[in-house]
Write a protein that binds this ligand. Sequence first.
Ligand SMILES: [Mg+2]
Length: 486
Amino acid sequence: MHLTLSHLPSKQDIKLVYPRTPSSIDPNNPPWPAFRGYHTYSFAYATMGHRLPTILGKAIDDVVETLNQESEEDRVVDLVDCIKRMDELKEDLQAHAKLRPIIDDGEADVALWNKEIAKYFQGKDFMNAPWLFAEAYKYRRLRECFSVSKLWQQYDVFFRQKCDTFSRSGDAVFELSTRFVEPFKHKEGLSAQEKLDAERLMFLELTQICLWGNSTDLSLLINMTEEQIKSLQSTGGENLAATEKNILGNDMARLWEVVRDLKDTGGRIDFVLDNAGFELYCDCVYADFLIQSGLAKEVRFHGKRYPWFVSDVTKKDWNWLLNMMVYGHLFPKVTDEEVESLRQLGLRWKQYEKEGKWVYEQHPFWCTGYTYWDLHNEAPDLFLHLSRSDLVIFKGDLNHRKLTYDCAAPPSTDFEIAIGPMASAAGAPRICSLRTIKSDVVVGLGPNGDELADKLDKEEPGWKISGKYAVVLLSEGRPGEKVRFA
Ligand SMILES: [Mg+2]
């Protein structure tokens, strides 16, 4: 046999590897190149090599503090064992150990974790597995340190930190509570159009408050001073016009149209939550307005089943916030009026819960290593549930990474392309991502997005991790279509 030129692939046939075709995408091979811990100089590298060991070190300090205040021998011994397991995890992390299966600790997600490890990550370690999976795996292993214990199964190593940060956010907390304690009402004598305009302005302002409330993510702010946190939290109106310039992909106008059209019947809006404390408080202020204005008749909040990425919301954090608002003494040097505004707000929110207008949920899928490209396949019940929502708002950086498969998609990529089946599957709900940019993946910046990102790379290195910039991105989905599973 001899070689003829016609047997060689022509130039035109050479296909770009990225984006991969849907059938060749899996958790170790995202649609565009994955971020991995061994990419020196990347945020993934900084996270896996430095940030996670630091977070784990602080977590161990917290448990030691708890240990030192414990008196019963069986509880002390049991907790010492938890600390030993945390030390082992820290060593595994620093030695770039291979990812082992999760021990069966009775959690609802064990099978999901071990299936994913077996299918896609055999022989992989903390540094060469995709960053998203490796980072999530670390938090699952941290959970295991306690879930296999006898007496400390529910212990949250981050709880103290979450409470402290909220307690130090007093200025912003009272700014919002004194302003929003009076239920939303229109002024006398407005026309229908004027009322709608007032609602639109309030909606846009609260969308930004909810967005920028995401700035205080404890897993990402380990070196931030109190002053820096305060400046991120300031919520004044003039400020918002300025901060809107920093929303690089901005679908807020379309988002308003979606929400406005729910008004006649009152829609169901879901929040897939990010952080506890101040961010959760901002989410609730926003959700409160959605209920009062009649735009929504039902709001569902989706939190985590156990401590996750330091500051993510658990049921305990949710209960803590509402109870501290009503009964707590968290803030020194406050006026009676301020305390009362917070109390009234808390009472109103508890009432929403009693009436079923607000519902808190915690599906096991949210604490797995899967991205949301796999939500349809791996958690069909959750997909079906979300498909019945009129709008699902995903908060924060981790949710955004999971929506977009956390890979190096070009910044000009359309949000609906970047989130794959969450936009294209039959019955996919409308989705909005409210995210301050704190890690590498950036999409939805529009046709000139690649140039814009290049420019920022040159002029403001670190723009992707500073939290100064944000995106508000909307996917129309395929609502109303019948959901199908293979
Ligand atoms: Mg978080």
